[in-house]
Design a protein. Structure first.
Ligand SMILES: Cc1cc2nc3c(=O)[nH]c(=O)nc-3n(C[C@H](O)[C@H](O)[C@H](O)COP(=O)(O)OP(=O)(O)OC[C@H]3O[C@@H](n4cnc5c(N)ncnc54)[C@H](O)[C@@H]3O)c2cc1C
Length: 454
């Protein structure tokens, strides 16, 4: 019987560089964190495993910003500002941004963008903030200076393995990789092992927009009727919508399950490999149905299946506070707010998507407390984005792009202030952070200075 392990030799790892702020991951959270730290004048590196930024927003083919808007006493308003505005303005200038559209049974606004434009907008804004980008670098571990301080992150690249030393680290990996390696406690799923189900996204080109009309309403109906006749689809509530140029449409309608019906895990290499193949198979199958049955789609083709399966949830790193569904639906305020968001709880459960909105007569948004990006145990780490400290249900809402921009901007800014004051991020003067975020255009809601019960 061959041994289950091999022994690696200990090795000396060359140092790629020393930075004040090291950000792992170039998704919405990582982009905003790196821009904020770079703009503050901190030497900043952003480590990204792919050759472009955008995270799920590009690599998983989303092409829509959710969570920038809220419904405030019945009125739709953009509530996420700051670096999010700079990204929107850059996309607009590139003619890569749609006007916001109503989604989820016309209940809330989302805003579509061109994926290539987003990649370039991120490149430009990061370069203007003097962020050093290290692409094609997969972070694989950390070297600890002590039990509660990270000294360096280890990366594998085409030119070998490097250590990147930093003073403050931001985990924007979406999966809480850095935090997990550093020994921060985390949770996965709902406690019974169920994570939100992933989806593989694809885009369709060659649509005749005139004939297609409002096919985003027709396709779900056609699918429902076909299901009644015995046809099966991966999940209910399909989203098929036009892009900036209406000959191109995006499709979000797959659901990637393991053979035993559980959600494919984004932190399990075997399941991910299975999921990629299964996702592409589903895309092809559902596309044939759309092509054959939807007016305007007869000459259409799949222009791209997203480079990777879209992972909604893996590790949620435990921080100083855990944001819950009750906080979201109760439109809660927090004295340490770093921004506000109003996306509903969007739970991708087996075979379906369940949406829960804050009550219609409510102000429609909740504050995001600074404490959810401050992890337990490790002193020179911040965790921003979908892997921040949220319950399974809370994350089902605050994982989308809008709140990820908020958390990222706050993490980069907090890193700067913590370095300036020579304190750990958990000891930061939150009022000073809030003043800086406001000065940098963020919207903290009405709750600054308000006394909340948490
Ligand atoms: C199918 C699907 C559809 C969605 N639809 C929408 C939508 O329409 N609108 C919306 O706003 N949100 C949507 N979301 C939610 C979306 O995931 C989040 O909005 C957002 O992308 C999360 O941002 P993040 O920066 O936390 O993580 P991610 O976007 O996951 O980015 C993490 C980044 O870190 C990099 N990375 C990870 N690990 C490492 C490592 N070890 N080393 C180096 N780099 C690493 C990744 O390559 C990636 O670039 C959807 C999600 C999925 C899966």
């Amino acid at each position: 019987m061959p041994a289950a392990h091999v022994t690696e030799l200990s090795r000396q790892t060359p140092v790629y560089g020393d930075y004040e702020v090291v950000v792992v991951g170039g998704g919405p959270a990582g982009i905003a964190a790196a821009i904020a730290a770079g703009r503050s004048g901190r030497s900043t590196i952003c480590i990204e495993r792919y050759g472009f930024c955008g995270g799920a927003g590009t690599a998983a083919g989303l092409s829509t910003f959710c969570g920038l808007h809220a419904v405030i006493y019945g009125k739709h308003e953009q509530v996420v500002h700051g670096i999010a505005d700079d990204i929107l303005a850059r996309l607009e200038r590139m003619d890569g941004l749609n006007k916001p559209h109503l989604t989820i049974q016309n209940q809330i606004l989302a805003q579509a963008y061109d994926i290539s434009a987003f990649k370039i907008a991120a490149d430009e804004l990061l370069a203007e903030a003097n962020v050093h980008m290290l692409f094609h670098a997969f972070a694989t571990g950390v070297v600890m200076a002590s039990g509660n301080r990270i000294e360096a992150v280890l990366v594998e690249t085409k030119s070998g393995r490097f250590a990147i030393r930093g003073r403050i680290f931001v985990d924007g990996s979406g999966d809480g990789d850095l935090a997990a390696w550093a020994g921060v406690p985390y949770e996965v799923g709902d406690g019974a092992g169920n994570m939100l189900y992933p989806s593989t996204m694809f885009r369709i080109n060659g649509v005749d927009p005139e004939k297609a009309g409002r096919a985003w309403e027709l396709v779900p109906k056609l699918m429902e009727e076909a299901e009644q006749r015995g046809r099966t689809f991966p999940r209910k509530k399909p989203i098929v919508r036009p892009q900036r140029n209406p000959i191109e449409w995006r499709a979000n309608l797959t659901q990637i399950k393991n053979p035993n019906g559980t959600a494919v895990s984004g932190i399990d290499a075997r399941e991910l490999s299975y999921g990629e193949v299964e996702g592409r198979k589903q895309c092809w199958d559902v596309f044939q149905f759309i092509k054959e049955n939807t007016p305007g789609f007869g000459q259409a083709y799949i222009v791209e299946i997203a480079p990777q399966i879209g992972i909604r949830e893996t590790r949620r790193v435990l921080g100083e506070y855990v944001l819950t569904e009750a906080d979201i639906l109760g439109c809660r305020d927090f004295p340490d707010t770093i921004g506000v968001q109003g996306w509903p709880v969007e739970a991708h459960i087996k075979g379906d998507v369940k949406f829960v909105f804050a009550p219609k007569d409510s102000r429609g948004f909740n504050a995001i407390p600074y404490r959810i990006i401050v992890p337990q145990k490790v002193d020179n780490l911040l965790v921003a984005g979908r892997c921040a400290s949220m319950s399974h249900e809370g994350q089902s809402s605050a994982r989308v792009s809008g709140p990820c921009f908020i958390m990222g901007q706050a993490a980069g800014t907090a890193a700067d202030l913590a370095l300036g004051a020579n304190v750990a991020p958990r000891k930061l003067d939150v009022a000073a952070l809030q003043r800086r975020l406001l000065a940098d255009g963020a919207n903290l809601g009405a709750s600054v200075g308000a006394v909340a019960s948490s």
